[in-house]
Design a protein around this ligand. Structure first.
Ligand SMILES: *[C@@H]1O[C@H](CO)[C@@H](O)[C@H](O)[C@H]1NC(C)=O
Ligand SMILES: *[C@@H]1O[C@H](CO)[C@@H](O)[C@H](O)[C@H]1NC(C)=O
Ligand SMILES: *[C@@H]1O[C@H](CO)[C@@H](O)[C@H](O)[C@H]1NC(C)=O
Length: 265
């Protein structure tokens, strides 16, 4: 786990002699950040006192090492906030690789204290895509749902029109660099008109639905035809990318901003 050090200095002066009463305070829970958005890493001195000067450094013995390349231009402290003892760091354009533990270290000539901020990153992937994979002789409709670009691994769920969860037949996940993709299959027999594929990651959810009643009719026709002709799966796939597959609204956390998480380990 990476440690990054945020070094600040008290404004020197009369307050320094009472410095032992000060404490550096951070969030008790992990801070959740959304990839490509900004996040605030909370850190402050209590009771409030002006602090100045800081940056994000690698946690080496030598605290004057230059700022880590990958963070350059992405960190910001608010001057007015520092004057109120608020040393919270704003990190822009969050990347999955930013996940980790950050140390906020505040010192004066005669005192220092620190706190650790645990940052967790989430990346919302692309809307799930439902593909009709064919029909079987008993009238079952083979569906496949796939979604990519998530971090960490999301949950994929099939739901019927009543919102009842259906168990997947096969499940697959892949990790490409720092993103996950998931693929589940299911066979539906009932004439349920709507089957949803929902991909969820904490407060982020993407859903796609397919109207299977049309498919079933085609399926029956296909089955009849397949008595004389082997079902060509590729034809079915092409035909299925049509109008009945529609991504649903993207329900996610309010405005999707980063926030300090509660009750999550
Ligand atoms: C500290 O907080 C108190 C009460 O909120 C405020 O009156 C005071 O101005 C603050 N001090 C600094 C240095 O910001
Ligand atoms: C501390 O400063 C950050 C911005 O850097 C701000 O978002 C946050 O609300 C401030 N915290 C307090 C307690 O004022
Ligand atoms: C599904 O398609 C059938 C046949 O076209 C239609 O009657 C029904 O209203 C559709 N259901 C939904 C949920 O769109």
């Amino acid at each position: 786990m990476k440690f990054i050090c945020l070094t600040l200095l008290f404004v020197s002066g009369t307050t320094d002699s009472r410095s032992e009463q000060y404490k550096v305070v951070g969030p008790a829970d992990p801070v959740f950040a959304v990839a490509s958005e900004d996040v605030i890493l909370p850190c402050s001195v209590k009771p409030n006192i002006s602090v100045f000067r800081s940056d994000l450094y690698e946690d080496h013995e030598d605290r004057n090492t230059i700022q880590i390349q990958s963070y350059r231009g992405r960190t910001k402290l608010i001057h007015q906030e520092l004057q109120r003892g608020n040393a919270s760091l704003k990190l822009s354009s969050v990347q999955v690789s930013d996940e980790g533990r950050y140390k906020c270290f505040i010192q004066s000539k005669s005192w220092y204290d620190d706190t650790t901020v645990n940052v967790r990153v989430e990346a919302v992937g692309r809307p799930p895509v439902i593909t009709v994979d064919g029909f079987d002789h008993s009238g079952g409709l083979h569906l496949q749902c796939e979604s990519e670009g998530w971090y960490p691994e999301p949950d994929l769920q099939w739901l019927d029109s009543e919102g009842i969860s259906l168990s997947s037949e096969t499940t697959e996940k892949h990790r490409n660099t720092d993103r996950f993709s998931v693929k589940h299959t299911i066979t539906v027999y009932e004439r349920d008109s709507k089957i949803h594929c929902r991909v969820k990651l904490r407060h982020h959810m993407l859903e796609t639905l397919i109207n299977t009643s049309n498919r079933m009719k085609q399926g029956e026709a296909e089955s009849r035809r397949s008595k004389t002709r082997q079902l060509n799966e590729r034809d079915t796939r092409l035909e299925s990318s049509g109008a009945f597959i529609m991504p649903q609204s993207t329900a996610s956390a309010p405005s999707g901003r980063a926030y300090v998480g509660k009750n999550h380990g």
